[in-house]
Ligand binder design. Structure first.
Ligand SMILES: C[C@H](O)[C@@H](O)CC(=O)C(=O)O
Ligand SMILES: [Mg+2]
Length: 418
């Protein structure tokens, strides 16, 4: 356990997913799935791998922010960190100068996530953990009015090894896919056992009606449909637009408006409840304090944690526990590179140690870029199977990193010369 961290490297790794419109939505029309990829080296040779997800441009800014945090990590031993992980979390998020850039939001928080994801990976590779130890990593400051440490430790049975955790797919219906591709992908997904599908909406109502009709016809009345607008609308517009799509019976509308508008989400939730449509959000919810207020205001019916938007496992645990207290199901966001690999750990923890329920719960799956990881997710019959390798599953193949490093990797040299 006395692994002293002697070096932190961070690299800008980008995949040109926008070329084929993978990952496209109403607000992010040309996403290049990217990561600020962190490696921690220790004096005893053990390494920790972490990342935070970005969309191409701007990854270099996150890389700078990680570099600015490096001095707080390098020189510490793993034992020193995890014996007071809550304190270490606070050290990273409360640095007297750096916190001015956040606090606990935006680029600095994405950087915090990358660093802490690597620390968690290092810790997980070095030993096993129990729920009490994990809860001791959470900074309860600002949320004790709704959740205390005492309430936080729970237990349940583990059926996951046999059945896996239920998943839904977003990969059939990115906004930039033409109808023919959408049909083909949907046919293939149905054959592979998928029963829950998310469709991107929000750019053009007539297109949405056509695409939702197409998908609903293909999946039939009993499979589940979700729609995702990626923050495209104002509040009133969201209500009227989604009402027009209600005939397709979506389970939820995701990110209908600004991710910061808690009361707006509450108004949308209230208006759409009679139509049987819930509101899902979280992939751009900056921190546990925002989630606290979303829950307090009944502004969301599905909590979408994100392994890289929040301050790593530490802060995600706080949100899982608050969601449990408010009895709101957690359905994590995973649309990005490495997010499926990371978030599978969090959702398994939620089931095994917190919620003990699969009711209204499922984890997002996107079928992109897994081949670049040393321990890619395993999906069987539309379920995430528990990862077997030690660690947090976000180590990338070195060859992939080199090839996709921006701007010097071969992929980008080729791309820029076109
Ligand atoms: C830009 C990303 O692909 C985004 O569209 C992902 C997302 O909203 C989701 O997976 O949900
Ligand atoms: Mg989304």
């Amino acid at each position: 356990m006395l692994h002293k961290i002697i070096n932190l490297t961070v690299r800008d790794v980008r995949f040109p997913t926008s070329v084929e419109q993978h990952g496209s939505d109403a607000m992010h029309t040309d996403p290049d799935y990217s990561a600020a990829y962190v490696v921690l080296d220790t004096d005893r040779g053990l390494r920790g791998f972490g990342l935070t997800f970005t969309l191409g441009k701007g990854t270099e800014i996150v890389v700078c922010a990680v570099e600015a945090l490096a001095a707080l990590v390098v020189g510490k031993s793993l034992q020193e960190i995890v014996s007071d992980f809550r304190g270490f979390y606070r050290l990273l998020t409360s640095d007297g100068q750096m916190r001015w850039l956040g606090p606990e939001k935006g680029v600095t928080h994405l950087a915090t996530a990358a660093v802490l994801n690597a620390v968690w990976d290092l810790w997980a590779r070095s030993e096993g953990k129990d729920p009490e130890q994990i809860v001791s990593c959470i900074d309860f400051r600002y949320i004790t009015d709704v959740l205390t440490e005492k309430e936080a430790v729970g237990e349940t049975e583990d059926q996951m090894q046999k059945e896996g955790y239920p998943a839904y797919t977003t990969s059939c219906a990115w906004l930039g896919y033409p109808d023919q591709q959408l049909k083909q992908l949907c046919t293939d997904a149905l054959k592979s056992g998928w029963t829950k599908f998310k469709v991107k909406v929000g750019a053009d109502l007539e297109d949405d009606i056509r695409r939702c009709r197409l998908i609903r016809q293909m999946i039939g009345p009993n499979n589940t449909l979700m729609i995702d607008a990626n923050q495209r609308w104002d509040v009133a517009e969201a209500i009227s637009w989604v009402s027009r799509l209600s005939e397709f019976k979506p389970l939820w509308i995701e990110e209908p408006t600004s991710p910061d508008d808690i009361l707006g989400h509450a108004a949308i939730s209230k208006a759409l409840a009679p139509l049987g449509i819930g509101v899902a959000t979280g992939e751009q919810c900056h921190n546990r304090v925002m989630f606290k207020q979303f829950l307090q205001a009944s502004a969301l019916q599905f909590v979408q944690i994100d392994s890289c938007r929040l301050g790593s496992v530490n802060e995600n645990l706080a949100v899982l526990l608050m969601a449990h207290k408010f009895q709101v199901p957690v359905c994590p966001h995973a649309g990005g590179v490495g997010l499926c690999e990371l978030v599978q750990h969090l959702i398994l923890f939620d089931y095994i140690c917190v919620s003990a329920s699969l009711d209204s719960r499922m984890c997002e799956y996107v079928d992109h870029l897994h081949k670049h990881f040393t321990s890619p997710v395993v999906i069987q019959d539309a379920h995430y199977m528990p990862p077997k390798d030690p660690g947090y599953s976000c180590e990338m193949l070195e060859a992939s990193v080199q090839k996709h490093q921006y701007p010097e990797g071969d992929v980008w040299k080729l791309h820029m010369n076109k």
